[in-house]
Design a binder for this molecule. Structure first.
Ligand SMILES: Cc1cc2nc3c(=O)[nH]c(=O)nc-3n(C[C@H](O)[C@H](O)[C@H](O)COP(=O)(O)O)c2cc1C
Length: 342
């Protein structure tokens, strides 16, 4: 079981790095939104602050590495590079699914990154559906202990599980199990999608169940029906996956929808975000944090320096966008009236 999970993770990395894994027409929506440039910003670029806090820790930027990997051999290098860079740049870091951790000790080092990232928030990850397949609070506590994580994020990936060979597809009664888990764990529990977005009503239900943060992981970026299509050797599933190329709630629509229903919990805008300008738009739409997935992966296969350079570029883009509209802080960016639909 663990070997097949690790093999799957290696293939995910290979496919994501080498194949066309986005939809053809669906977009995040960021292209349809513009900031109205302010030629007279009346602020000092050097004084722009992007400081924020997340999971009780101070961060230098509102940026997060989205859950990606762990377990497989290449994953160890990737996660180490990401952890070192995240610590140096002050980003939050979400691990890929930690399910295999409980089942085997073999690949634990790739998930044990606290020594490289002593101060930033580290978030452990598990498929919410696993709550129907033998994962309970005790196993989740083990995951938190092994990873020394500050929080657990549960991913919602119904469509992916159907296409994935041997996927777990019983998504019944998860809300009540999530509710119970939130009560039982000492750390905050969040939810995320994997690239099809979360709508406001669903987010509200999850918040009422005790969820502390919602990562929309909207559509327009990495499409998991595409990724699983490349991996699948079941012809019918491959064909059916094609019909889902354009599926999902675009990231911008998902952030706006969740923002309408959720006001106290942290909203993470993610899904197809490649630049700090899109990150700025996500924050102006209502996100508190911004998540980057596939766009950071290539640098993570190289070195922590490559990741840091990539991160520094995204940070500069965010600050330049803020300068361009005269927003000196994230609060000012959140309340800007300079966002317009094209
Ligand atoms: C190689 C790879 C592996 C991933 N593995 C996981 C995972 O284990 N758990 C999870 O919740 N999401 C996983 N994701 C989904 C991302 O966290 C993210 O939600 C999704 O890719 C959309 O963001 P993006 O368009 O920026 O990539 C993975 C993404 C990539 C690219």
């Amino acid at each position: 079981m663990v070997d097949s999970i690790n093999q799957r993770k290696s293939q995910h990395i290979e496919v994501v790095l080498n194949e066309h894994v986005t939809g053809n027409q669906i977009t995040t929506g960021f292209d349809g939104i513009k900031f109205v440039h302010n030629a007279l910003p009346e602020i000092d670029f050097a004084e722009i602050s992007t400081d924020t806090s997340f999971l009780g820790k101070q961060l230098q930027t509102p940026f997060l590495i989205s859950s990606m990997t762990g377990g497989a051999a290449l994953a160890e290098t990737i996660n180490k590079n990401l952890a070192i860079a995240a610590e140096n740049r002050g980003w939050a870091f979400a691990l890929g699914s930690t399910r295999a951790l409980v089942e085997s000790e073999e690949h634990r080092p790739s998930f044990q990154l606290r020594e490289y990232a002593p101060t930033i928030p580290i978030i452990a990850n598990l498929g919410a559906v696993q709550l129907n397949y033998g994962f309970d609070a005790e196993k989740c506590r083990q995951i938190i202990n092994i990873t020394d994580a500050d929080a657990l994020v549960l991913h919602l990936n119904s469509i992916q599980e159907v296409i994935q060979q041997g996927g777990d597809t019983n998504f019944k009664d998860l809300l009540s199990k999530i509710d119970k888990l939130c009560d039982q764990l000492d750390v905050p529990v969040g939810v995320k999608e994997v690239g099809w977005g979360i709508d406001g009503t669903t987010a509200k239900e999850l918040v009422n169940a005790g969820i502390s943060f919602v990562d929309v992981a909207g559509a327009g970026g990495t499409s998991w029906s595409q990724v699983e299509k490349f991996r699948s050797n079941e012809p019918i599933k491959k064909k059916a996956a094609e019909a889902f190329t354009e599926w999902g709630i675009p990231t911008t629509a998902s952030i706006s929808s969740v923002k309408q229903q959720v006001d106290r919990q942290t909203i993470i805008g993610s899904g197809g975000i490649h630049t700090g300008v899109d990150g700025a738009k996500a924050i102006a739409l209502g996100a508190d944090m911004v998540g980057f997935g596939r766009s950071i992966l290539e640098a993570a296969t190289q070195s922590s320096d490559a990741v840091e350079e990539w991160m520094e570029t995204r940070e500069l883009e965010l600050r330049m966008a803020m300068f361009g509209i005269g927003a000196a802080s994230l609060d000012q960016l959140k309340t800007t009236d300079r966002l317009m639909m094209k």
